[in-house]
Write a protein that binds this ligand. Structure first.
Ligand code: 5GP
Length: 242
């Protein structure tokens, strides 16, 4: 599809760089870096980029097989993926199956890891400066970030993603606690799942033990996180050297 996995650097975030290849395609490069607390803690994490790219490729592939449209096109087998360029919706969509993380901060009445009666879908404004505040559907409409049709489709897709990923995790002995999604729309105004699906964007437990970035947030070293991502890939059935 492309023979040079690069282009003009158009965005550099804490964990990824994005290059524009042409009008249609972008390359996302996963960095060998791990950060927490809005970048206040940052460490070099050798191999993390490849492991997170492999997780994203595997999980987007799984969702694709269930008919969930996503931006993935190709993988260089290392830290870069080729994706379709989209008009991104500046919202983080979080799906939660258990009470955890920032949910508990705003709802301390619930015990950690209480299973919800049904999954919760919530919206946050994508803004590092404001620490991704929780927003309502009416906020989204009034600010013109998406219309009601798109909001409904986002909710339905996010719940479907939760079903597919959650069932797969259970089949591998894992528990999917929560995760974050981002969406964009393509040239035909189709809603498309974008960004990444990795230990950086989801909480995954094995027998109550975190395999995800929560480990680093709680003080584990970058090397321990990399070891955990290797374990996560193995448990998910992702070949280590693809
Ligand atoms: P919480 O809101 O509890 O901190 O996070 C809920 C879920 O969404 C967790 O799985 C977390 O990893 C993911 N998440 C929330 N905000 C972000 C974000 O800004 N970046 C990334 N990569 N993941 C996020």
């Amino acid at each position: 599809m492309v023979n040079n996995w690069t282009g003009e650097l158009i965005y550099e975030g804490k964990a990824k760089r994005v290059y524009r290849v042409n009008d249609e395609f972008l390359v996302m490069e996963f960095k060998d870096e791990v950060t927490a607390f809005d970048g206040a803690r940052k460490e070099h994490a050798p191999s993390k980029g490849r492991l997170a790219a492999a997780q994203t490729v595997f999980l987007m592939g799984l969702l694709g097989r269930y008919g969930i449209r996503n931006h993935l096109v190709d993988w260089d087998g290392d830290r870069k993926i080729l994706v379709r360029g989209l008009r991104m919706i500046p919202i983080e969509v979080i799906v939660r199956n258990y009470a955890y993380g920032s949910f508990l901060k705003r709802m301390p009445l619930m015990k950690p890891m209480t299973k919800f009666s049904k999954p919760i879908v919530e919206f946050h404004l994508k803004s590092d400066e404001l620490h991704d505040p929780l927003i309502t559907m009416d906020d989204i409409i009034e600010a013109g970030l998406a219309n009601w049709g798109q909001i409904n489709e986002i909710i339905n897709t996010a719940l479907r993603v939760n079903e597919v990923l959650g069932n797969y995790m259970v089949s591998r002995g894992l528990t999917l606690v929560d995760f974050k999604l981002e969406f964009g729309s393509d040239g035909s105004n189709n809603l498309v799942l974008a960004d990444e699906l990795s230990g950086d964007t989801m909480r995954v437990l094995i027998n109550g033990r975190h395999l995800d970035k929560e480990l680093f947030r709680r003080g584990a070293s970058a090397m321990d996180l990399v070891k955990s991502y290797e374990e996560m890939n193995k448990l998910l059935g992702i070949p280590l050297n693809t």
